[in-house]
Design a protein around this ligand. Structure first.
Ligand SMILES: [Fe+2]
Ligand SMILES: [Fe+2]
Length: 251
């Protein structure tokens, strides 16, 4: 059951669990600038013997395995839009003859958008994968964010038409993005990040479905899956994977 009491604003959701209502308080980052300020107080006022905050498995989400692997997040957590985009992008890279490390970079490049956060997604995505991939792959994922905004005619990459629509034709990237681009342009791994942007631009076809299993071998060779499962290996980013497993926990 969804409760929309805020006139089109993101609403708290409730899910029945063990005979109780479980309230979900949206994350601050998702509601800043658009939420009425009393939401936390409103939800606190609803608490009682039959109503608590969501903690643990949300019955409205598919249950994750105890030791989740990368593709479990693709199948059970990522939004369909991002899952398809990542898989299509990786397939394009594979079919255009890219090195496997680039294929993996394409498969992971927007991973932050899958179930975590879109803002500064290249940086979040690189951080998520850093313990598990080569330094070059995480560097490329981080820097695709800035490179997306800047053409490179030498490889046939132009400013994305979609961005004119998303941001308006007058949009100019922030100074930190310009600075990141300038630094990446002269880096020895520049072309790895550039190849991600090349395979990114055309990977939004709603009629193409790609089976994640297609990339099992590439993942096996280039992504160090922890035996304990992503989220439970005590890596510096384990909490980020746990946040995607239990995205509705209050704390
Ligand atoms: Fe991206
Ligand atoms: Fe992308």
């Amino acid at each position: 059951m969804n409760t929309n009491s805020s006139g089109g604003q993101p609403s708290p959701t409730t899910a029945a669990q063990g005979g109780r209502r479980r309230l979900i308080l949206p994350h601050p980052i998702a509601v800043l600038g658009r939420e009425h300020p009393e939401l936390e107080r409103e939800l606190l006022a609803q608490l009682g013997p039959d109503c608590v905050f969501m903690m643990g498995d949300n019955p409205l989400l598919p249950k994750m395995p105890d030791r989740p692997q990368l593709l479990d997040f693709f199948r059970l957590r990522f939004t369909e839009f991002t899952r398809n985009h990542l898989l299509q992008s990786a397939r394009l890279a594979l079919r255009s003859g890219c090195d496997e490390k680039i294929v993996l970079g394409c498969l992971l490049h927007d991973i932050a958008n899958g179930a975590l956060i879109r803002t500064d997604h290249g940086y979040w995505g690189a951080q998520l994968i850093e313990p598990y991939v080569s330094e070059e792959i995480s560097w490329a994922v981080r820097n695709h964010q800035a490179l997306r905004f800047f053409p490179d005619e030498s490889v046939g990459y132009g400013y994305p038409e979609a961005y004119r629509e998303y941001f308006g034709p007058e949009y100019v990237p922030s100074a930190y993005i310009r600075q990141a681009y300038d630094e990446a342009r002269n880096h020895r791994w520049y072309m790895s990040a550039r190849l991600i942007t090349l395979n990114d631009a055309y990977a939004f076809d709603p009629d193409v479905a790609v089976d994640p299993e297609e990339f099992t071998d590439v993942i096996g060779r280039h992504f160090r899956q922890p035996a304990e499962g992503l989220g439970f290996d005590n890596s510096p980013v384990a909490h980020m994977w746990r946040t995607m497993i239990w995205p509705n926990n209050l704390l």
